[in-house]
Design a protein around this ligand. Structure first.
Ligand SMILES: [Fe+2]
Length: 441
């Protein structure tokens, strides 16, 4: 519904440490974490009408009702069906309808046809969630002392999976509303910033052999491991991300009309798709506007530009005689910094301008596009069984983004976290922090 109040949940969740370190997870923390993540997903659906839950606006996006069912299916399939003796699924066909891409689990309903599922109704999907929640919480309550480590591992994986879908649900809702001529608003528009963007400075880093990837007991996806060495040449990163104002200069300089600035595949996409601006931008009279989860608003030149494809970010960087960072340069810069930033909990659901000094908003706000291929680290091993399909099989033709966005839950992100999308995709909340080489001596 329009005009809903943005959520502001800034309290630190007591289970946050538990989500980040499975080894320390107690029974109580597991129950609290499960309830909290599942409740948060339902809270994100509160501003939606029943009709909003059903529709699919493009093959890449899924209806909110499907996200609600699929995240539930994950717990039912990978925990209840495997660890509860004699467990009977809530519905035999949900195994097909809500299976996303797990080929070894079995048949799947075609992804582009998720929006055709008027049944099960929203009420039936919510009932499915409720019944699976009861079974999971009962399993946690009755598990023997010592806590079955594999159940705990899968529970935490399922919670991080659900947090990923919270972000997708908001991304997909934004896309859904953007194609509706009524331009519905998911929530009240965030206040326009009054400040100009801070000046962009360069922060230099020395070269050398460094270690990257996740180590230790805490939770991480398999694609963040193993920790391994990479050689970096000296480099510099921009103190903040590229702003709308700066991107407007690129557009005004014919950025979308100059093939020499673009990768071959990027220029092909510009010609084919007719791109002239970032996704969700539209020109009304003389002014550029952008559609947000708070509705249509004038483009704010101080805010970071968001919803660029890798191709657009790469062309912009070339125009500025810079380049995109590698994912390791990004991790080298962010690894020692506190994970503070504009995350889902702030309720803005929109990036905010940089305001301080240092590497501004390196976490949160917008995912930062890198030019690194989404590839396995040396020695990579996917999880055993069907869950091995979670990440590894997507390591072809995609690029890595780092740091999380204003839609990402704060407890979901890490310095080693690797997000991935195809180079033409733009509906992820992603922007660009420039990099450049530094000559020694
Ligand atoms: Fe999923």
């Amino acid at each position: 519904m329009m005009g809903a109040t943005p959520r502001r949940r800034t309290r630190r969740r007591p289970w946050r440490e538990a989500m980040e370190g499975t080894a320390q997870l107690t029974r109580n923390q597991a129950q609290v974490a499960y309830r909290d993540v599942r409740r948060t997903t339902l809270g994100l659906c509160e501003p939606l009408e029943i009709e909003d839950h059903v529709v699919q606006s493009m093959p890449d996006a899924s209806p909110p009702k499907w996200h609600l069912g699929h995240t539930t299916w994950f717990f039912e399939t990978f925990i209840l069906a495997e660890f509860v003796p004699g467990y009977r699924p809530v519905h035999s066909l949900y195994r097909v309808l809500f299976n996303s891409y797990y080929v070894t689990v079995g048949e799947r309903h075609p992804r582009p046809e998720r929006g055709l599922l008027s049944r099960p109704s929203l009420g039936e999907v919510l009932d499915y969630r409720h019944r699976v929640d009861e079974s999971i919480l009962e399993l946690l309550a009755t598990m023997q002392a010592g806590f079955h480590p594999e159940i705990v591992r899968r529970l935490v994986l399922g919670l991080h999976h659900e947090q990923q879908h919270q972000e997708l649900l908001l991304m997909d809702t934004k896309h859904l509303f953007s194609v509706n001529p009524l331009r519905p608003a998911y929530q009240r528009a965030p206040a326009a910033s009054r400040a100009a963007a801070t000046n962009q400075r360069w922060v230099e880093f020395p070269g050398g052999v460094h270690e990257f990837g996740h180590a230790g007991d805490g939770f991480a996806y398999d694609n963040e491991m193993p920790r391994h060495r990479v050689v970096l040449e000296p480099f510099a990163l921009a103190s903040r991300c590229v702003t709308n104002g700066e991107y407007l200069e690129f557009m005004a300089d014919g950025g979308y009309e100059r093939p020499e600035l673009w990768l071959y595949d990027g220029w092909g996409t510009v010609e084919h798709a007719g791109w002239r601006a970032p996704l969700y931008w539209e020109r009304i009279d003389a002014d550029w506007h952008q559609f947000t989860l708070g509705g249509l608003r004038r483009v704010d030149p101080a805010e970071p530009v968001v919803h660029l494809s890798f191709f657009e970010a790469d062309a912009y960087a070339r125009w500025r005689e810079c380049r995109l960072p590698s994912e390791f340069e990004w991790e080298q810069a962010a690894g020692a910094l506190p994970r503070r930033g504009n995350f889902q909990e702030s309720g803005t659901l929109h990036p905010v301008p940089a305001s301080g000094t240092g590497l501004e908003h390196i976490f949160g706000n917008v995912w930062e596009l890198t030019r690194s291929d989404y590839a396995p680290y040396p020695g990579y091993r996917p999880l055993q069984g069907a869950l091995g399909e979670y990440n590894g099989k997507f390591m072809s033709g995609q690029l890595v983004q780092r740091g999380g966005s204003c839609l990402t839950p704060a407890s979901h992100i890490r310095a080693t976290y690797r997000n991935f999308f195809y180079p033409h995709q733009r509906w992820n909340f992603q922007g660009v922090r420039l990099a450049r080489d530094v000559r020694e001596g």
